[in-house]
Ligand binder design. Structure first.
Ligand SMILES: Nc1nc2c(c(=O)[nH]1)N=C([C@H](O)[C@H](O)COP(=O)(O)OP(=O)(O)OP(=O)(O)O)CN2
Ligand SMILES: [Zn+2]
Length: 104
C-alpha cells in the first residue's frame, strides 16, 4: 500500500477471497439468482480486471476497503434485477484479515 507506513508499504501479493451476497425473492424457477449468472458477472466485471494485475496501477491506495467500494460500483447495476439486488461484499486479504461493505 502506497499510503501506509509499515510492512505493507512494500510491494507484496495476496490471495484474495471475495464473497458476494445477493438478496431477493424466488423467481419462477425458485431461484433468487442463478449462481452461474452471478459467477459470470463477477468474473467479467471484477476478476478479469483485477486478477494478476498490479493493484497500484488502478488504486491510489489498494486497501481492502477501497477495493470493496470499487467492486461494489462495478457490479451493483448488473446485480439489480426484478427480484434481486446486491446486498453485501466481503473481501479477505488473508485468511484472518477481511472487511465487509454494504450500502443500507
Ligand atoms: N483496514 C486495513 N488494514 C490493513 C490493510 C487493509 O487493506 N485494510 N492491509 C494491510 C496490508 O495489506 C497487509 O498485507 C495485511 O496485513 P496482515 O493481516 O498482517 O497480513 P499478513 O499476511 O502479513 O499476516 P500475518 O498474520 O502477519 O502473517 C494491513 N492493514
Ligand atoms: Zn497487503
Amino acid at each position: 500500500m502506497t499510503q501506509y507506513h509499515g510492512k505493507c508499504e512494500n510491494l507484496h501479493g495476496h490471495t484474495y477471497k471475495l464473497q458476494v451476497t445477493v438478496k431477493g425473492t424466488l423467481n419462477e424457477e425458485d431461484l433468487v439468482l442463478d449462481f452461474i449468472v452471478l459467477k459470470n458477472i463477477v468474473k467479467e466485471k471484477v476478476l478479469n480486471k483485477l486478477d494478476h494485475t498490479n493493484l497500484n496501477d488502478r488504486f491510489t491506495q489498494p486497501s481492502t476497503e477501497n477495493i470493496l467500494i470499487w467492486i461494489w460500483n462495478e457490479i451493483k447495476d448488473e446485480l439489480k434485477g426484478p427480484n434481486y439486488e446486491l446486498y453485501e461484499l466481503k473481501l479477505w486479504e488473508t485468511p484472518t484479515s477481511f472487511a465487509t461493505y454494504r450500502e443500507d
